[in-house]
Design a binder for this molecule. Structure first.
Ligand SMILES: [Mn+2]
Length: 341
């Protein structure tokens, strides 16, 4: 028999989940054969970051052995989101990387390294490598395997005076995982927890462009206006783009595996297609050579700014840029020259 699946949500006052959050979690649970456990009373008289460590044991007490998707209460799950329970076994610990913005550091330093080192020292464990730092909105694990690990984390509560700084739950969890079960840490595709603080353009657009949005910090203001339910025909993040409308008419629910948009300039067409067809690969062409370019690129080339167009294009695709393939159009003379050397 398959293990019980539970979506567990700490939903504490004063910041309770809004109505659309509740509805999107309940709809996801129904699709995935899971139950939602709304935890609306404090589990322990400690900071909410520390209460996250008590959720595993609480679920185990309520349901017995379970596969748990532990979510924050400030996220939305799009109505076509596939089940994360199917992607990992209960022995694996699933999370999504905190590293989500090309504007931030992507080396192995930065605040995550500092946070993990500070917590490692406080708890007497080895710090996890920086790049393992998760976004704390989503954790996926089995209660049997990870109950004892959370119990070991909770033992650090009194010695650290319940400190709640330095990315508390993320650092505590990733350090303990790295020490206890390093081979079982698995990263889910970034679509399963897209931080809206790192995607300002996505946060203010009511049409979701990926599966799970996490309204961190200031981006919470936009959560109520966001549409998690897909419609027929699907709503577009850029509804004014006529070319997308024509393609949807032609393809319906049966898109090709790959589609070429030709020269890249503005991101609307690519963004629309990637948002509504979650498996589609989009290709496009880029060149910095004046005579190879789309006419609209001329002013950017004249001013030596054409690289900005490419940078903005990719940034605005967000995590969907993983499904964009750039073809670089070579200068006609360059290829034979390179080949001859
Ligand atoms: Mn959150």
């Amino acid at each position: 028999m398959e293990m019980k699946r539970v979506i567990a949500v700490l939903d504490l006052p004063p910041r309770r989940a809004s109505q659309n959050v509740r509805e999107s979690y309940e709809a996801a649970a129904k699709r995935w054969g899971a139950e939602v456990l709304w935890i609306d009373d404090h589990l322990q008289p400690v900071h909410p970051f520390w209460q996250k460590m008590f959720v595993c044991d609480h679920v185990h007490q309520e349901f017995g052995p379970a596969h748990v998707l532990q979510l924050d209460n400030d996220m939305l799950i799009r109505s076509d989101c596939p089940s994360p329970f199917d992607l990992l076994t209960p022995k694996q610990f699933g999370m999504v990387a905190e590293r989500q913005s090309a504007n931030n550091r992507i080396d192995n330093g930065g605040w995550q390294q500092r946070a993990q080192e500070i917590w490692a020292k406080r708890c007497g464990v080895r710090p996890a490598p920086t790049w393992l730092h998760p976004n704390g909105g989503l954790y996926l694990y089995g209660t049997e395997m990870y109950g004892p690990m959370f119990a070991r984390i909770i033992r650090h509560l009194i010695p650290t005076w319940g400190a709640s700084d330095q990315a508390t739950d993320e650092s505590l969890i990733v350090n303990q995982l790295y020490n206890d079960h390093p081979g079982y840490i698995k990263f889910l595709p970034p679509d399963f927890n897209v931080s809206m603080i790192y995607s300002a353009a996505w946060a203010i657009n009511p049409v979701m462009q990926s599966y799970v949005y996490h309204f961190v910090g200031r981006s919470k203001a936009h959560i109520d206006a966001c549409h998690w339910q897909r419609r027929v025909p699907p709503e577009l993040p850029f509804p004014g783009n006529a070319e997308t409308q024509e393609l949807i008419q032609r393809w319906g629910n049966d898109p090709p595996a790959e589609y070429d948009i030709g020269p890249i300039f503005t991101p609307q067409l690519a963004a629309n297609l990637l948002a509504i067809y979650p498996d589609l690969i989009v290709t496009g062409q880029w060149s910095d050579e004046l005579d190879q370019l789309d006419r609209r690129m001329c002013s950017h080339t004249e001013t030596g700014s054409s690289h900005l167009v490419l940078t903005r294009f990719l940034l605005q695709l967000g995590v969907n840029a993983r499904r964009f393939r750039l073809r670089v159009k070579e200068d006609a003379n360059a290829t034979p020259q390179l080949a001859g050397t």
